[in-house]
Write a new protein. Structure first.
Length: 98
């Protein structure tokens, strides 16, 4: 019986392991970074979820998905808009891949 762990590919990140393409992995990385920062900002407000939803321009169920980290429910474009609504400044850094 073979040990599949020994025969598996080594990936730079969990997103590289989950994605089928480099493009998909890049999108997942960007979305997860934005989602993390948005969640951190919203939690720091220490306000009820309904108030957070109002500030973000989202419905309460959508805000709940955001705060629960449901990455698959948010596009990169949507997360950029939500980050702006949360008064977060977005900085994009692009560099040559290793």
């Amino acid at each position: 019986m073979e040990d599949t762990a020994l025969n598996s590919d080594i990936h730079d990140s969990v997103w590289d392991a989950l994605a089928d393409t480099q493009q998909e992995a890049a999108n997942l990385k960007a979305r997860s970074a934005l989602l993390y920062e948005i969640r951190k900002a919203v939690r720091s407000w220490d306000i009820p979820q309904e108030e957070a939803a109002r500030r973000l321009g989202l419905t309460r169920p959508r805000t709940n998905d955001l705060l629960r980290g449901k990455l698959a429910k948010f596009s990169l474009d949507a997360l950029v808009n939500i980050a702006a609504s949360a008064d977060l400044e977005i900085e994009i850094r692009v560099r040559q891949a290793a």
